[in-house]
Design a protein around this ligand. Sequence first.
Ligand code: FAD
Length: 311
Amino acid sequence: LTVKQLSEARRALDEPLFADLAGDVDVSFEFFPPKTDRMGETLWSSIRTLEPLSPRFVSVTYGAGGTTRERTHATVRRIVEETGLDAAAHLTCVGASRAELETILRDYWDAGVRHIVALRGDPQGQGERYASHPDGYSSAADLVAGIAAVRPFEISVAAYPETHPEAHSAKTDLDNLRRKLDAGATRAITQFFFSADTFFRFRDAAAAAGIDAEIVPGILPVSNVAQTRKFAHMCGAQIPPWMDRLFEGLDDNPAARQLVAATVTAELCRKLYAGGAREFHFYTLNRAELSYAICHLLGIRPRLGEQKRAA
Ligand code: FAD
């Protein structure tokens, strides 16, 4: 290495390292509704583990085609009733009329839910194109406007740093994000991605398009690349080749896979922090360990007895 290269390498070390992180970070955690009692136990143990980290909110997804409707509602309600956490319910337009969605929203409001993650959703069958219910909403932007007309919910929406697969272009996708924010959403949560530069480019493009709402990076702590690849393909996220190489040969070594996953995800979060991100949304897949470890590295510590709503 030349002296110049060594000196540049030294400068790279001046980026904030974990030891310097001030704990000035907010996080949220996403869960999916459990299908079985056993899965329910895993979910609730994860919620209890992550709860002391005082997330800004926790959210519960809504299955493709609205398939988890009842389970989503039950999980969200239980979080509201049994924890001090702010719960956000994901809601999609799929297969539901405006009147049905209005009833769901009123029920949520009456149950104490104040935050909706508003999505168009995807059809249940793979490869099918989205078709709206005859009396329903055709896009997330329409749903946002509908929600805002029912009750004054806080509304978050989805954003796609690598562009939504159905979008005509990155520009039209960004125009769509703006429509969702103009319709009443106040926060965009991104699809997962694995390169910090991808996020920064998207954030810059959003800023250049006049979007000034919070854009929260969605973080997927990957420990199963094969499974993630299947999912990434459907939602337009790229799995970089280096990620395959990192997990090579670890199929039968889950402990090593977890350590590699923690390292890769922590490094992504550190870069995002260095680039100014102070809020992170974790796709937990209902497991607490990786998200907890990364939050710890980001300087977040349990605030026992200080849960937001306990006061
Ligand atoms: P929209 O914002 O409506 O966009 C859909 C597509 O249509 C985009 O390509 C957009 O550019 C285009 N579009 C919309 N309006 C226009 C217009 N007027 N002109 C031109 N183009 C337009 N799915 C679930 O089923 N359940 C969940 O719980 C769930 N949670 C999610 C959480 C997050 C944080 C994210 C990022 C995604 C989630 N999804 C979920 C996936 C989501 O439903 C799909 O990605 C879906 O295909 C698009 O939803 P959307 O809300 O982004 O749709």
